[in-house]
Design a protein around this ligand. Sequence first.
Ligand code: CTP
Length: 215
Amino acid sequence: MKILITAGPTREPLDPVRYLTNRSSGRMGYALAEAAVAEGHLVDLVSGPVSLIPTDGVKMHFVETAQQMWEKVRQLTLGEPPPQLAIHAAAVADYRPKVVAEQKIKKQADTLILELERNPDVLGSMRGAFGFTGYLVGFAAETQNLVANAQEKLKRKGCDLVIANDVSRKDTGFDSTENEVMLCLPSGETELIPKQSKQTLAREIIRRVVALASQ
Ligand code: CTP
C-alpha cells in the first residue's frame, strides 16, 4: 500500500535567527513510517525539523514551515499513483508571524507584540482542496475533553479515523518515548490502545489502520 505520513513540528520564522515552534519530537510519525516500511508498504514521510535518523527505505521529504508542508503534501497527494492511506501525525503550527523581519529584531520597549496569521490546515485540505479519496487518519492532541474534541476534528476534517492523545500527561505524548492513544471512529466508537513505547504502538496502529483502509 502507498502511505503518506506527516511528522514533527513546523518552524515558523520571525527573523533570520528566531522562529516559533512546538514540542513535537516527530517520534510518533517516524515510528509509524518505520513500522509501515517493515510491513512492506511504500512510505513517503513529510517531516518538519527533528533530530531523528530516518529509517532506510522511507522516502523522506524535509520541510520547515506549515506552508511548505502543505505544498509538499499537496504534490504527493496529487501524485501518480496517489497514496491510498494518509496519516497526519505532524504538529503543524496553527499560526505564523505575519511579518518575517529581514534583519534580526533588536530589543526596544519592555513589551513586544507579535502579530500572527493563520497557517493552512494540511489535514483539513486533504478532502476538499487536494481531492484525496483514500483512507484519512488524523491525530488530535488535546489537554481536555479528549474524545469529544477528537470526534469534532474527525468530522470537521473529513477523517476516517482520529488518533487522540492527551498531551497534558507528562508520561506520554509530546516529546516522550511512550504514548497511549484512543482510536475514534466516525460511528462514535472508541478504542483505547494502552500505554507502550511509540515503536510497539506504531506497529499496532499500522496493523489496524491498514486493515481498515483495505476494507
Ligand atoms: N493539522 C494539520 N495542519 C494544521 C493543523 C493541524 O495538518 N495547520 C493536523 C495535525 O497533523 C493533526 C490534526 O490536524 O492530524 C489535529 O491537529 P491539532 O493540533 O490537534 O488540531 P487543530 O486542527 O490545530 O485544532 P486546535 O488546535 O484548535 O485543537
